[in-house]
Ligand binder design. Structure first.
Ligand code: GLN
Length: 209
């Protein structure tokens, strides 16, 4: 049975776990889901989700709890699936614009990412997006953007493909090498909607698509 870990140092990990558990129950997937706080828990995972939250806090907590190196080694293993949402996208990026002292990212996703690219909390928004070009059935998906980052530049276009671009040209979802997914928005905060998590499970964890 494969296992999906959700990094639980900080942020919206409980919401990811809820969405995943619901998908697993509804579809009878043979999968386990659990929160990850230690290197030992991380070792048991086939896939890791890094949730939204606050990337500077996540980075600091990882360093203080000795999780930086285990996380670094895990995400750089091409056998593993990794999905970063929002702060999680920032944390897996190769480069974070103007935040050298604050964040020590995992340098996985070959992009340059800009934090808080839409402005302050008050400029947070929900937008119905049609993701069906890459995620079957995800038409009109309520994408939640909360002080969201954007992918400002793809550093290695051979490995990283944009999946979704807003009307203003900003890249808010990308995939690297078939095993790494990054989204600026939070599908785990879209109330009851489990379609995006179901797509992640089928494509990246069970590899059915
Ligand atoms: N603005 C946050 C950061 O820079 C990310 C926000 C989020 O995850 N919703 O870490």
């Amino acid at each position: 049975v494969k296992s999906i870990g959700v990094l639980a140092l900080q942020g919206a990990f409980a919401e990811h776990i809820q969405h995943l558990q619901k998908c697993i129950q509804q579809n009878n997937y043979r999968l386990r889901v659990f929160p990850v706080r230690t290197a030992k828990e991380l070792c048991q995972c086939d896939a890791l989700i890094i949730p939204g939250g606050e990337s500077t806090s996540m980075s600091l907590i990882a360093q203080r709890t000795g999780m930086y190196q285990p996380l670094y080694d895990f995400v750089h293993n091409p056998e593993k699936a990794v999905w970063g949402t929002c702060a999680g996208l920032i944390y897996i990026a190769q480069q974070v614009v103007n935040e050298k002292e604050l964040i020590k990212p995992l340098e996985l996703l070959k992009v340059k990412v800009k934090r808080n690219a839409f402005g302050r909390q008050a400029q947070s928004f929900i937008q119905d997006c049609d993701f069906s070009s890459f995620a079957p059935g995800c038409t009109d998906f309520p994408a939640v953007f909360i002080r969201a980052p954007v992918i400002e530049q793809i550093l290695d276009p051979k490995e990283v493909k944009p999946l979704y671009t807003l009307d203003n040209g900003l890249i808010v979802a990308a995939v690297q090498n078939d095993n790494i997914l990054a989204t600026s928005f939070h599908p785990e905060l879209a109330s009851e909607d489990g379609r995006f998590h179901d797509w992640f499970i089928r494509k990246f964890v069970l590899k059915l698509l």
